[in-house]
Design a protein around this ligand. Structure first.
Ligand code: NAD
Length: 261
C-alpha cells in the first residue's frame, strides 16, 4: 500500500453509510487502514454495513442516528471520540439521492411549497452543518481534520428538476469552502465531490428506467453510470496524506457530465 494513501491510525466517521456510496467509502477507508464509525438512520442497515467492513481487520463501530438531529449528532461524535480515541475524517455522505425519484414525476420549483423543501434542506444542508459543528472542536484541538462532503453536480451546476436539492447541496459546498478557509491554520482541509448519477439503492428509481438512463448517459463523456467505487476513490485521495495540500475545492466525479472551470 502506498504510504500516501495509508490511513493507519486515522479514525473516520461516514454518515449515511448503511448502503450505497457511504458503505463503499467505509469499505475503502478501512481497506486503507482507517478505523471507521458507520452512521445511518437505519440501525439495521448500519449493522449490515459494519458486518461487511469488519473483514478489513479494522475497528468498526456503529453509531446510528439522524444527522438532522443537532444534539444527537453531538452525542454521536462524542461516542466516536470516546470509543475510537479521536475523529480525523468526517465524510458527510448522508443525503437524498432519492431526489432522483423526482425525475419520474417532478414539478417545477414555482409549484412547490416550503413543506416540500424542508425534506431536502434537512438532510443535505442541516445535517452537514450539524456534523461539521460537532466534529470541528476536537479536530482543532488535535490539529488535524479532513472534512469531506459527498455532493452532487445538481449543486455545482444547478438541476432544474431538483431546485431545492440543488440549493441544499450548493449551500453545503459553500460551507465546506468557508470551513477550508477557517480550518487551514488548524491543520484541517475541507472539500466536496460533486457526483453524477451513481448506481446505488437510493438511485434505483431512475436506474431501472432504460429511457432515463439513455437520456442521462447521452450527456456523459464516459458513457456508463457511476459506481460507488468511483466516489470512494476520490474520497480516499482527499482523506489521505496525498490530499494534504488540497482544500476548499469541489471535484466533479461524473463521467465528464460537466467539466470544472
Ligand atoms: N446516487 C447518485 O446518483 C448520487 C448522485 C449525486 C449525489 N449523490 C449523493 O451521494 C450521497 C449518497 O447517496 P446514495 O446514492 O448512496 O444514497 P442511498 O439512498 O442509497 O443511501 C443513503 C443512506 O443515507 C441514509 N440516510 C438518509 N438520510 C439520513 C439521515 N438524515 N441521517 C442519517 N442517515 C441518513 C439512508 O438510510 C441510506 O442508508 C447523498 O448525499 C447523495 O445526495 C448521489
Amino acid at each position: 500500500m502506498s504510504e500516501l494513501f495509508n490511513l493507519e491510525g486515522r479514525v473516520a466517521l461516514i454518515t449515511g453509510a448503511g448502503q450505497g456510496i457511504g458503505r463503499e467509502i467505509a469499505l475503502v477507508l478501512a481497506a486503507h487502514g482507517a478505523n471507521v464509525a458507520i452512521n445511518d438512520y437505519s440501525p439495521t442497515r448500519a449493522e449490515e454495513a459494519a458486518a461487511a467492513v469488519r473483514p478489513q481487520g479494522r475497528e468498526v463501530i456503529v453509531v446510528p442516528g439522524d444527522v438532522t438531529d443537532y444534539r444527537g449528532v453531538h452525542s454521536m461524535v462524542a461516542e466516536v471520540e470516546a470509543r475510537l480515541g479521536r475523529l480525523d475524517i468526517l465524510v458527510n455522505n448522508a443525503g437524498n439521492a432519492g431526489a432522483l425519484k423526482a425525475l419520474g414525476d417532478w414539478k417545477p420549483f414555482w409549484e412547490t411549497e416550503p413543506d416540500e423543501w424542508h425534506h431536502w434542506l434537512g438532510v443535505n444542508l442541516d445535517g452537514v452543518l450539524n456534523c461539521c459543528r460537532a466534529a470541528l472542536p476536537g479536530m482543532i484541538e488535535r490539529r488535524f481534520g479532513r472534512l469531506i462532503l459527498v455532493s452532487s453536480d445538481a449543486g455545482r451546476v444547478g438541476e432544474p428538476h431538483f431546485a431545492v436539492y440543488s440549493a441544499a447541496k450548493a449551500g453545503a459546498m459553500g460551507l465546506m469552502r468557508a470551513l477550508a478557509k477557517a480550518g487551514g491554520r488548524h491543520g484541517i482541509t475541507a472539500n466536496s465531490i460533486a457526483l453524477g448519477g451513481v448506481d446505488t439503492p437510493g438511485a434505483q428509481s431512475i436506474l431501472t428506467d432504460d429511457a432515463a438512463i439513455r437520456r442521462m448517459l447521452s450527456h456523459y463523456v464516459i458513457r456508463r453510470v457511476g459506481r460507488p467505487s468511483d466516489a470512494a476513490a476520490m474520497v480516499l485521495l482527499l482523506a489521505s496524506d496525498a490530499g494534504e495540500w488540497i482544500t476548499g475545492q469541489t471535484y466533479p466525479v461524473n463521467g465528464g457530465y460537466s467539466f470544472a472551470q
